[in-house]
Design a protein around this ligand. Structure first.
Ligand code: GLN
Length: 290
């Protein structure tokens, strides 16, 4: 039997407890945290205020808002879309259903770029398919000397990326509409970074959890999941300066195929890094000098 909603004129403490119980009963592992996040959003109160004032009354409007948020969460909608934000690389980014939800494993890509490229030179670095702008924003934030170009095909996602750049005051990040590297024209860059779609069209994970609600174009890349990776690797020599860096995120079982595709181009120093879960996740290479 599903748990009842808190009674009308309930207190903060009652709403908190009832929301937590209903999320837990539906099998949400972070029920307590999620209940607090949704109650904060519904009431406009900070999380700390929720436990400081358990006896405080919750208005009918706030309770209605909480019920709607809970219904959406219980229907599987990702918490990041309900809150319209997600932390990535210590930055709070705006996200919505037009953008992929930034994931911890993508921070491996940011780390790689920070380690591989000189910090104090005015490099031009492109993030292809930037989505919410997560990778480009993290790099622009860490490296004020660099100039970041975030390229995104979907206008709605591009607007989210632009709002993130503006809110975080990242003057060294420019967002451009375009399809992969086509927006770069003939101006070669020092580094090409991307977290492209790489899931196989028949992957059952697409029908589970958050992925069900995320934009398919940001996840799925043809029958073998390599469609976007293949195009990006083939195009890299045209877009990169000699010695320039290519760094791509890919599926945990795609490392060998990505390395093979890179060896077919004028790319060298090919190396795959593991994410925090110990899976092959990111492969880098540099464009051969002449
Ligand atoms: N890492 C994501 C997932 O499998 C996929 C993201 C992507 O395709 N770029 O959940």
């Amino acid at each position: 039997m599903s748990r009842p909603a808190a009674p009308a004129n309930a207190s903060l403490g009652e709403c908190r407890r009832s929301a937590r119980q209903r999320l837990a009963a539906a099998g949400h592992p972070s029920a307590a945290l999620e209940a607090d996040l949704l109650l904060s959003l519904a009431t406009g109160l900070e999380r700390g205020q929720l436990f400081a004032w358990p006896e405080r009354a919750v208005t009918a409007t706030q309770q209605h808002r909480l019920e709607q948020l809970l219904a959406r969460r219980l229907a599987g909608e990702p918490i990041a879309y309900l809150l319209q934000q997600r932390e990535f690389w210590s930055l709070t980014l705006r996200v919505n259903r037009a953008t992929l939800i930034p994931r911890p494993e993508t921070e491996t890509l940011v780390e790689l770029a920070l380690r591989a490229l000189p910090a104090d030179r005015p490099l031009r670095v492109a993030d292809l398919g930037t989505g919410s702008g997560a990778i480009a924003a993290a790099l622009a934030h860490e490296r004020p000397q660099w100039f970041l170009i975030g390229i995104e095909r979907d206008p709605e996602a591009l607007a989210i990326a632009a709002s993130n750049a503006a809110r975080l005051r990242l003057d060294n990040l420019r967002l451009v509409r375009g399809h992969w590297s086509s927006a770069l024209g003939n101006a070669a860059v020092d580094a090409l970074i991307a977290n492209p779609p790489y899931v196989r069209a028949d992957d059952p994970h697409l029908r589970q959890g958050d992925l069900r609600f995320e934009p398919e174009a940001a996840l799925v890349a043809g029958a073998d999941g390599l469609m976007a990776l293949r195009a990006l690797i083939a195009d890299a020599p045209r877009c990169l300066k000699p010695g320039g860096l290519l760094a791509l995120e890919h599926g945990w079982e795609q490392g060998a195929q990505v390395r093979t595709l890179m060896r077919q181009q004028r790319l060298e120093a090919i190396e795959t890094l593991h994410d925090l879960a110990g899976q092959e996740r990111v492969t880098q290479a540099t464009l051969a000098v002449a």
